[in-house]
Design a protein around this ligand. Structure first.
Ligand SMILES: Nc1ncnc2c1ncn2[C@@H]1O[C@H](COP(=O)(O)OP(=O)(O)OP(=O)(O)O)[C@@H](O)[C@H]1O
Ligand SMILES: [Mg+2]
Length: 279
């Protein structure tokens, strides 16, 4: 069964003439690592807001069509209930961190669900180890770095054991080294927990080697959704105005000059093997 399903879904924010989301048909399965990419303003954040019912329940506007999460209609099921199926880390996670210290922050969601204290302790221990934040557990959210805040935000969602975690530009405020660490950590969690992770991310060079599938958006529509190699080698990807990785640009140029006829590599390791195939 698909975890997330959209049937011909449309959404227009109140006060806007244009629809931010148009004709969205999408099915997302379990155990996938998915990149959501598209030009600025193409609707990525809006699509993410649909995935726990914030659209249309919280954001005022008009919708058409239908969307469901684990079989639950997103227009009627309370956001709190949908949030246990799909956990979302929005941009600037410091706005999401509200508790006195990191431990309370992570416990917050579980306490709201009425989970017994001993069980909460066990679950916290596990996610703190996975996200490697043992050393900051007693600190206040404002005392820790941007990268640590990202980890805490991820731990707070992970502890609720959702089937899907969605992250909107999780590395936007991080340096490349931390960005790589966070993305690798998410990949590790996704594989270990066999969950689905969806990430909107501009750092293509860091994320492409990790992903299984890619969703491309343009002007409120999904213009491609498929396995990585298929999407990357398509004209749709070539024509999209997004920051492409250097490796992609080099091999795509070689392909256009008929000097390379294979799938375009996305990691340095694959690029090295691909170099041997150049005519
Ligand atoms: N809260 C809002 N109220 C009104 N319009 C909005 C709101 N949020 C987004 N929009 C509009 O919806 C459209 C899609 O925006 P969205 O933020 O989903 O794009 P995006 O792909 O996430 O862009 P970016 O890459 O810049 O984050 C834009 O035209 C934007 O102005
Ligand atoms: Mg956005």
């Amino acid at each position: 069964m698909s975890l997330i399903k959209f049937y011909n879904f449309h959404f227009r924010y109140k006060g806007n003439d244009e629809y931010a989301l148009k004709k969205i048909n999408l099915e997302i399965e379990s155990n996938r690592f998915i990149l959501l990419a598209g030009e600025t303003g193409s609707g990525k954040t809006s699509l993410i807001r649909c995935m726990n019912g914030l659209i249309p329940q919280f954001y005022a506007g008009y919708y058409k069509g239908y969307a469901e999460i684990s079989g639950k209609n997103t227009t009627e099921t309370p956001i709190s209930e949908l949030s246990t199926e799909v956990g979302i880390v929005f941009q600037n996670p410091e706005n999401q961190l509200i508790a006195m210290n990191v431990e309370h922050e992570i416990a917050f969601g579980l306490e709201n669900l009425g989970i017994p204290r001993e069980e909460i302790k066990e679950k916290i221990k596990e996610v703190v180890a996975i996200t490697e934040i043992e050393s900051i557990i007693d600190k206040a959210p404002f005392e820790i770095s941007g990268g640590e805040q990202q980890r805490v935000a991820i731990a707070s969602i992970l502890v609720l054991e959702p089937r899907v975690i969605v992250l909107d530009e999780p590395t936007a405020n991080l340096d490349p080294l931390f960005a790589r660490k966070i993305l690798n950590l998410l990949k590790k969690i996704q594989v270990e927990k066999k969950m689905t992770v969806i990430i909107s991310e501009h750092r293509m060079d860091l994320i492409l080697p990790l992903v299984d599938d890619i969703i491309l958006m343009k002007e409120g529509e999904i213009i491609a959704h498929g396995v990585k190699d298929e999407v990357i080698n398509s004209n749709t990807f070539e024509n999209l105005n997004i920051n492409k990785p250097k490796i992609y640009s080099i091999f795509n140029e070689l392909k256009n000059r008929n000097q390379f006829q294979h799938d375009i590599p996305v990691s340095i390791k694959d690029a090295v093997s691909s170099l041997k195939m150049i005519k």
